[in-house]
Design a protein around this ligand. Structure first.
Ligand code: G3H
Ligand code: ZN
Length: 284
């Protein structure tokens, strides 16, 4: 059923696993991820960036597509539709009004006081509508859609504690060296800070930039209270490679239902692998 991330992430934190957020771009992505979740008996978060929502038609299109698929598929596992990197109160409100069950307000590039102010406003509106809220501190490196970062700025544990207390957010994404897109070499995550933030903030943590993080780091992050891991680029790479291989193998193909099927299968497989790695399989 469609629900907020509140129960799924609190359960994950309690029981020592993380729920994956997988970003969607179109119908086939959504099909692949919902099918993977159902087969794995795993809760799942459909991440929707503002750019992806724009591409698909808008927030309403996204919600109706997801609801339609869940009905046609007879989906039984918990599913959240989550605004990824919401840029303003207005965008968050728009997503909530369309039926999103969770939002991220990414005011991390603002001054701290301004971040507190914007995030509080989002929390008030979201909670009144049964919607959960994720906020960010620090800067995730790399680029995702409209979100470009020059460098990685680590989240400050004291600020994390203060943000959580003053805004009443449900989850926190402290940037601790993770990057959107592929890593140059091995990621160097700030686990000492993660441990401190987890203790001070006392809520489920979120890890952005899940693509390319080795399993040992994933396990360590989960053991320190990370209950949500975002994966986007890895599905894009796997899906695109499958389409490329298919079309390269036969220049006479032109039917999108034929050449998008290998993409859908590749994404489904990638997502199932992540669900097993994150420990969410069998938890629905
Ligand atoms: O918000 C989405 C994620 O942080 C995705 O990161 O593309 O590196 O997997 P990724
Ligand atoms: Zn992100």
């Amino acid at each position: 059923a469609l629900e907020s991330m509140k129960d799924m992430l609190e359960k994950g934190k309690r029981e020592g696993y993380a729920v994956g957020q997988f970003n969607i771009n179109n119908l086939e992505y959504t099909q692949a991820i919902l099918q993977a979740a159902e087969e794995e008996k795993s809760p799942v978060i459909l991440g929707v960036s503002e750019g992806a929502a724009r591409y698909m038609g808008g927030f309403n299109t996204v919600v109706h597509m997801v609801k339609g698929l869940m009905k046609d598929y007879g989906t039984t596992v918990p599913v959240a539709i989550h605004l990824d990197h919401g840029s303003s109160f207005d965008k968050c409100k728009e997503a909530i009004d369309a039926g999103f069950t969770s939002v991220m307000i990414d005011a991390s590039h603002h001054e701290f006081e301004e971040n507190v102010e914007i995030t509080s406003k989002v929390v008030e509106y979201a909670h009144a509508n049964g919607v959960s809220v994720e906020a960010e501190l620090g800067t995730v490196g790399g680029q995702e859609d409209d979100i470009v970062a020059d460098g990685v700025i680590y989240a400050d544990p004291k600020e994390c504690e203060e943000l959580v207390k003053r805004t009443n957010i449900d989850f926190l994404a402290p940037a601790l060296g993770s990057v959107h897109g592929p890593y140059k070499g091995e990621p160097n995550l700030g686990f000492a800070e993660m441990e401190e933030i987890s203790k001070l903030a006392d809520l489920p943590l979120v890890l952005h930039g899940g693509t390319g993080i080795p399993t040992k780091d994933i396990k360590r992050a989960i053991s320190l209270g990370t209950a949500k891991i975002n994966v986007n680029t890895e599905n894009q790479i796997a899906g695109t490679q499958a389409v490329r291989d298919f079309l390269n193998a036969d220049a006479n193909q032109y039917d999108p239902r034929k050449y998008l099927t290998p993409m859908r299968d590749a994404i489904k497989q990638t997502v199932q692998g992540k669900m097993r790695e994150f420990g969410s399989s069998g938890k629905a």
